[in-house]
Design a protein around this ligand. Structure first.
Ligand SMILES: [Zn+2]
Length: 241
């Protein structure tokens, strides 16, 4: 009986630890090693709009059209796989003056993966982006925001910066399908230096696509200036020196 109680206690402990590590691995403002940016510490009302996944046909043109009519830049974290499938769309994003980042090749959770798997996922995607003429720093955004041990270790070793977010309205299931609520949440939680995470590349994200123009207009009306992630982080650097 006593042994059974101890065993039960032990199992509960293991379960809580696993749950804790799982949650820790997805925290946007924590990474065990290397540099992680989930926002910029600045006072000016500069912010960055970021779009994950893709590029996908149709949706890419649609979001580019919105950004063009609002005259603002954004940052697209693309998957290598989709870049390889739709090279023309990457060209369109870059030609419009937006920034692109690395969102891995296959969009797998990069936890419990071998170092060589992690390295291939990042390097293959970088190579593709470089082939499109991307030069300078390529920021990395982990799929599902997941990072635990080996990925952060790899990123640190290779002096890579992870970029996550401090505003992610779609993470709240109650509002994820409601354009008005998505816009309200985003406007309410954005502050100077914010990095906003949105998804517009798939049909399931139609509500977000619909919310984007309103998000941009309302934040502009509050005096916010939209810049790329790179510009935002450069601004932070400049304000520190
Ligand atoms: Zn993603």
């Amino acid at each position: 009986m006593r042994v059974q109680t101890h065993l039960m206690f032990f199992l509960v402990l293991v379960l809580f630890s696993v749950a804790g590590i799982w949650r820790l691995s997805a925290m946007p403002d924590f990474q065990l090693f290397g540099e992680l940016k989930h926002r910029a510490e600045i006072h000016d009302k500069w912010i960055a709009l970021t779009f994950d996944d893709g590029p996908t046909p149709g949706k890419t043109e649609q979001i580019l059209q919105i950004l063009q009519s609002e005259q603002i830049p954004a940052t697209f974290f693309l998957t290598g796989q989709e870049v390889a499938q739709h090279p023309d769309l990457v060209g369109k994003i870059l030609a419009a003056g937006h920034q692109v980042g690395n969102h891995s090749y296959h969009h797998q959770r990069l936890i419990f993966k071998t170092p060589s798997y992690i390295s291939t996922e990042l390097e293959q995607t970088d190579d593709l982006l470089r082939q499109h003429g991307v030069d300078g720093v390529i920021y990395f955004r982990p799929p599902y925001g997941k990072k635990l041990l080996l990925l952060p270790w790899y990123l640190m070793k290779h002096h890579r910066v992870s970029v996550t977010w401090d505003v992610a309205p779609e993470n709240f299931p109650k509002i994820a399908k409601d354009p008005q609520a998505l816009a309200d949440h985003t406007v309410k939680h954005t502050k100077a230096g914010s990095i906003i995470l949105l998804h517009v590349m798939y049909d399931s994200r139609a509500a977000t696509m619909q919310a984007v123009p309103e998000i941009i207009r309302r934040l502009k009306a509050q005096g916010y200036r939209f810049v790329t992630v790179h510009e935002l982080l450069k601004k932070e650097q400049a304000s520190k020196s």
